[in-house]
Design a protein around this ligand. Structure first.
Ligand SMILES: NC(=O)c1ccc[n+]([C@@H]2O[C@H](COP(=O)([O-])OP(=O)(O)OC[C@H]3O[C@@H](n4cnc5c(N)ncnc54)[C@H](O)[C@@H]3O)[C@@H](O)[C@H]2O)c1
Length: 475
């Protein structure tokens, strides 16, 4: 993957998240922020990001980039490919900062602003090259949530999108500039209603959050609004849904544009209820809880190749293409980080997940001999008939692992493999001797591989023939 340099101007909640996303996807990052506590806070965010983000993928991310704190803006932005302004939401401050950024940065650098609500035409007032600036509006935590709304010149948006896909994000081109873009416009409407319900004593902060997280929040995560309503219309679909609920839009179900006055008593009510709801956790604890939940939800969308899960799968293909086959020695069949959701009540990787790792290792060996997904679609495959797993050392969430796979026997229908799973620091964690048998998927019976696959199996077996076979094999 291309190694780039990003400059993050303003390293608070959002700037820190951007820095973590860029660094963990292999970019170098310069940060500038006048707050003396910025470095400490950003490093805490980075620690949280390191424990969650790599586990989104089934392959190892590129080596982490280098982080540098700069005291001067011009040092931070010089030579950067991407500059992300994430300073407080004040138009005059952003306009001045952006002009200063443009003065000291390369003409072909992308300048993004994280603004939640300002339009490019407001932000670029003091710029010599206004088309260089984009709104690049992300979501917290930026290191996990893929969406970034892009508003601005379409050729700059196209160039920026390529960069963002390279760090696993989903760029959404907002084709027409509006206040608050698409997502915050929606969120404002929902937030306004929540504030009214607290103001009118109808519900507490916790009850409102329960109404979201036990219900429509789960639907939104995988189908959004309109696809969900299409399904809710039953067999007659969207037309029926609109006929049924359309008239309600004119009933007093919402407060529409009215906003309750955010006076001291309303602010106090919200703060007190919020403390009762989650005051027992520190912000960093809540962030870790949130991250663990997000990783599990995002990973759960992968098997159906749906919504954000599809994006993760595509990024996995990108990472897999970077895997270099070993010139000699066993095949490197898996190189990944253990995700949070593979851990059990004993605080280590559950035994069932070792089966997953070795199944993935066998898939990689199959792909290496041409028995890939196209081969399977053509009616042939290998089935595992025996595993002998030896658990040597504990494996924990966040551990980087490598699996080396050696062909012990590749003859006719038989493929016997030895997988050794090691920690990135070299410790042997687990081994698996695995017997696979070639199968015809139509008859569901054992069969000979195609001549091409058989030749590739025999060639790999011959290449591995001289490798040492550990004493425990066959024991
Ligand atoms: N918090 C969110 O959920 C969220 C989501 C999306 C976008 N945004 C947008 O991101 C931007 C930053 O918001 P935040 O929540 O990270 O705020 P924040 O207060 O956490 O961070 C702002 C940072 O900017 C620094 N700063 C102030 N003046 C600066 C200057 N002259 N140069 C460099 N840094 C300076 C501050 O010290 C602070 O660390 C805003 O435009 C906001 O609308 C926020």
């Amino acid at each position: 993957m291309t190694r780039c340099l990003a400059a993050v101007v303003g390293g608070g909640v959002i700037g820190g998240g951007w820095a973590a996303r860029f660094l963990l996807h292999g970019w170098d990052v310069n940060v500038v922020d006048p707050d003396p506590a910025a470095e400490r806070k950003l490093n805490e965010v980075l620690t949280n990001a390191r424990r969650s983000t790599p586990g989104l993928y089934e392959h190892e991310l590129p080596a982490e980039g280098k982080l540098r704190f700069c005291s001067e803006l011009r040092d931070a932005v010089a030579g950067a490919n991407w500059i992300q302004e994430s300073a407080p939401e004040r138009l005059d401050l952003k306009q001045r900062l952006l002009a200063d950024i443009q003065l000291h940065s390369d003409e072909d650098a992308v300048i993004g602003s994280s603004t939640s609500g300002f339009k490019p035409s407001e932000l670029n007032q003091q710029l010599k090259r206004p088309q260089q600036l984009l709104v690049a509006h992300p979501f917290n935590p930026v290191y996990l949530l893929p969406l970034v709304e892009l508003v601005g010149d379409s050729s700059t948006v196209a160039r920026a999108s390529e960069h963002l896909r390279g760090v696993g994000m989903f760029p959404l081109h907002v084709r027409q500039e509006i206040d608050a873009h698409i997502a915050d416009r929606l969120l404002e409407a929902v937030w306004r209603e929540g504030l009214w319900m607290i103001n009118d004593g109808i519900a507490t902060t916790e009850e409102i959050d329960d109404a979201i997280r036990y219900g429509f929040g789960l639907r939104w995560a995988q189908m959004g609004m309109f696809e969900t309503y299409r399904v809710a219309g039953g067999e007659q679909g969207m037309a029926h849904f609109i006929a049924q609920f359309g008239p309600a839009l004119k009933w007093p179900w919402t407060k529409l544009m009215d906003v309750p006055e955010l006076n001291d008593s309303l602010i106090d009510a919200i703060a007190t209820q919020s403390d009762q709801q989650s005051g027992q956790y520190s912000i960093r604890e809540l962030e870790r809880l949130r991250d663990d939940n997000l990783v599990s939800i995002l990973r759960a969308l992968k098997p159906r190749d749906w919504a954000a899960g599809q994006l993760l799968n595509r990024f996995d293909h990108r990472l897999a293409a970077e895997l270099k086959p070993a010139a000699d020695g066993p095949l490197i069949s898996v190189r990944r980080v253990i995700p949070i959701d593979w851990t059990d009540y004993n605080g280590h990787m559950n035994e069932s997940r070792y089966g997953q790792v070795f199944s993935d290792a066998a898939d990689a060996v199959m792909a290496a001999v041409g028995a890939d997904l196209d081969y399977v679609a053509g009616g042939n495959s290998y089935f595992t008939v025996e595993n002998r797993i030896r658990y040597i050392e504990e494996t924990c969430a966040g551990d980087s692992i490598v699996v080396r796979s050696q062909v012990l026997l590749g003859q006719g229908k038989k493929l016997r493999l030895l997988h050794e799973m090691c920690h990135a620091d070299g410790r042997l964690l687990c081994t698996d001797e695995q017997m696979l048998i070639h199968v015809n998927l139509e008859t569901r019976r054992s069969s000979e591989p195609t001549p091409e696959v058989l030749a590739a199996v025999e060639q790999l077996a011959a290449a591995h023939n001289g490798l040492p076979v550990p004493d425990y094999v066959g024991g």
